[in-house]
Design a protein around this ligand. Structure first.
Ligand code: SF4
Length: 712
């Protein structure tokens, strides 16, 4: 693999982490991959999401590029080997597994941090080379409930269907289950601008988080009761006369059934379930009802439940009754989490979708995508298992026996992680592509060292649906390959599908043709993605690298080069067949696992400012570890006193699935019936409940029953 000459001038690109995708400039000095190499990061002013701001994760991201924990050679059973040996081993094992178990014997697991180009080619590789239906990605664990609810209501899911800067002009913002002050701090500037203009911030969270402490109103419900709270707020909006009747009549269907169903959710009943005082609910409903422009936003706290889709639907019903979606300066939006959580769910690495956010069981969608891939529509397999179901099935008689994993760390991030680790251990073949030896990579048969954000090009789609350009700022270390190169190399080695899978009708029959079908240049992959997405919901056909650079991002849908992009897609009509938004009646129900005598406390999980997702990257950065170096258990002083737990002492948290230890942090900011653990370290997800939402297949990360024990 040739090592390209390093680029020395500052390069305008984006942060490697969250969905805000803050713009940053990277200056590289002495770029020889030696001890003198330095990377300096400064924020860009031209990207509206951050407009000159970064959080500590962004400021310190250069250490990812220069730090010493980088993988630079493939590992086979823990031993360094050459690329040919590693790839030949993988190829032989895949052939053997598929010969014994069929195409679905091999599974692919992607990530919400992969570029659009990687997500697209990974989906194409799974379906055309491996011919497996078994592909899903960790975004299923992120915002899939909000996506399902948005599709249900609007016929389309785009995180924020309006520019983030619209928030500054709102009179009220309701944020349910999001802690942006820690997860994406530059987001707060938009909320702060709103408040400086006289607007009110209302936060729903079981903890008095850094975001909740800035709010005008903080509603602190029992974990797992957000749905009841949303129903109670809608009840008050209706009874207090805040429904926008003209909007409801002109732009929506189904309100009468919702009006009838929420009649039973009177505030006192909701207070009994949620613990939120009626007076606070009334103030929140009045603030929203009296706002000329307002937004209702949800985050993982509302979404990561076995009833997550219905919970988000309840908040969307609230927003629709207030007449917000599709109105300038107002709306409903999901605060997407992962860096490319939005684009990652649009281009085919999801079990039930094809590029362009098309449904895999839609005959027209299959025909279009098959045409781009040059195969027969009947040869597109799927839909397959959702993320947790796929992981749960690994190594079982009916499940996959080999797994190729890109950009994910399920040993830390999957629910019921101890069980998932067992399932990974039962595989005939586990291949992990990563830049560091994550907990999951450490147990792989083969580890493939891959390039990272500033070493490669590509596009990312941020939480606004704005497609952004990730530019290469420096060359990768020698020995490292991009995921696109890895996918191509495997496609070439595995040859035409017909070689090992009788009946498939491939578009290519030679290694040269396979190489052309799986380009390693991001721009070529993006051009094919544009064709594959054309006519779909997430239509990228008119977006080019040049346009993104010239326009600091282009909003999809953008169906042709002359189209300006669509910052606010619902202004005239929704993406439903009749153009009207859909109300859907939903009912509250208890969490999958409620507290009892043996497990008397709720556990909820989340993030801290200094770390990102499973921590595979941020736990390797000294400046971030200096802030928070280990996991902890947050508990209320009353609970601490009752259990005899002192601040700083190690405690054990036990659920029906496992146990984890952490340092006690006694803090009045949390409810006395609830403990909190961050999920950046192996531990919290040993405890979490994998019960799935019936629509989105989202696990119930945000609430389970636990007990607390003193250690020693
Ligand atoms: Fe911005 Fe998110 Fe990166 Fe922080 S982690 S700098 S908020 S993109």
């Amino acid at each position: 693999l040739p090592v390209l000459a390093p680029v020395k001038a500052p390069t305008a690109t984006h942060c490697p982490y969250c969905a805000l995708q803050c713009g940053m400039n990277i200056a590289v000095e002495a770029p020889e991959h030696g001890p003198d190499e330095t990377v300096t990061i400064t924020p860009r002013q031209d990207i509206p999401a951050n407009a000159g701001g970064l959080c500590q994760k962004g400021w310190t991201a250069g250490e990812l590029l220069t730090g010493g924990q980088r993988l630079t050679t493939p590992l086979l059973h823990g031993e360094p080997v050459g690329w040919d040996e590693a790839l030949d081993f993988i190829t032989d094992r895949i052939r053997a597994v598929q010969a014994e178990h069929g195409p679905d014997g091999v599974a692919v697991f992607g990530g919400g941090g992969l570029t659009n180009e990687k997500a697209y080619l990974l989906g194409k590789f799974a379906r055309t080379v491996l011919r497996t239906s078994q592909i899903d990605y960790n975004g299923r664990f992120c915002m899939s409930s909000a996506a399902a609810a948005s599709n249900r209501a609007f016929g389309m899911d785009r995180g924020l269907p309006f520019p983030i800067t619209d928030l500054a002009g709102a009179d009220a913002v309701l944020l349910a289950g999001g802690n942006v002050a820690e997860t994406m701090p530059p987001f707060v500037r938009h909320l702060a601008a709103m408040r400086e203009n006289g607007g009110q911030l209302i936060v729903i969270d079981p903890r008095a988080t850094a975001t909740a402490r800035q709010a005008d109103l903080h509603l602190q419900p029992t974990p797992g009761t957000d749905l009841a709270l949303a129903l109670g707020l809608l009840h008050l909006v209706i009874t207090e006369g805040h429904v926008d009747e003209d909007y409801v009549a002109g732009r929506t269907n189904g309100f009468d059934a919702v009006r009838t169903s929420v009649a039973a959710w009177w505030p006192e009943r909701v207070e009994r379930i949620t613990g939120v005082p009626v007076s606070l609910m009334r103030r929140a409903a009045a603030a929203l009802g009296g706002a000329r422009r307002a937004a209702v936003l949800t985050g993982r706290g509302a979404e990561q439940h076995a009833k997550g889709t219905d919970t988000v639907t309840a908040f969307i019903n609230l927003a629709l009754a207030l007449g917000l979606p599709g109105r300038p300066g107002s709306g409903y939006g999901c605060v997407t989490g992962q860096g490319n959580g939005q684009g990652g769910r649009e281009h085919g690495q999801k079990a039930d979708q094809l590029p362009g956010y098309r449904k895999i069981d839609d005959p027209a969608a299959r025909e279009h995508v098959a045409g781009v891939w040059g195969i027969d529509p009947d040869d597109i397999p799927g839909p397959g298992r959702s993320a947790y179901e796929l992981l749960d099935a690994l190594g079982t008689p009916a499940g996959p026996h080999a797994l190729l994993l890109f950009g994910s760390n399920p040993v830390v991030s999957a629910p019921r992680a101890g069980h998932v680790t067992e399932r990974l251990g039962a595989l005939d073949l586990l291949v992990v592509s990563d830049l560091v030896l994550s907990e999951t990579a450490a147990m792989a048969d083969v580890v493939l060292p891959t390039t990272q954000w500033a070493e490669e090009g590509g596009t990312m789609t941020n939480l606004e649906g704005r497609v952004l350009l990730r530019r290469r700022a420096l060359a990768p270390p020698p020995g490292v390959r991009s995921d696109l190169e890895i996918i191509q190399a495997l496609a070439v080695r595995l040859g035409a599908p017909a070689e090992h899978l009788p009946g498939a009708r491939p578009a290519w029959t030679t290694p040269e043709e396979a190489a052309r079908a799986f380009p390693v240049e991001p721009r070529e992959a993006f051009d094919e993605l544009r064709r594959a997405s054309a006519g779909g919901i997430a239509d990228y056909a008119g977006i080019t690298y040049e346009r993104i650079a010239a326009e600091t991002g282009v909003f999809w849908p953008c169906p042709d080069p002359g189209h300006p992009g669509t910052p606010r897609p619902f202004l005239d009509r929704f993406a439903t067949p009749d153009g009207r938004a859909r109300f859907t009646p939903v009912e509250h129900r208890p969490p999958g696992e409620d507290v009892d005598e043996a497990y008397p406390l709720y556990l909820t999980t989340g993030r801290v400012l200094a770390h990102y997702q499973s921590g595979a990257q941020t736990r390797r950065i000294a400046a971030l570890n200096a802030v928070v170096a280990e996991t902890f258990v947050e508990l209320h002083p009353d609970l601490a006193e009752r259990l005899g737990v002192e601040h700083g002492r190690t405690v054990r948290v036990v659920s029906r699935r496992g146990e984890a230890e952490g340092v006690a942090r006694v803090n009045p900011a949390i409810r006395a019936d609830t403990v909190f653990m961050p999920f950046h370290w192996a531990g919290a997800n040993l405890l979490t409940n994998p019960e799935l939402d019936p629509v989105s297949r989202m696990p119930e990360f945000k609430v389970c029953a636990v007990r607390l024990e003193r250690v020693g």
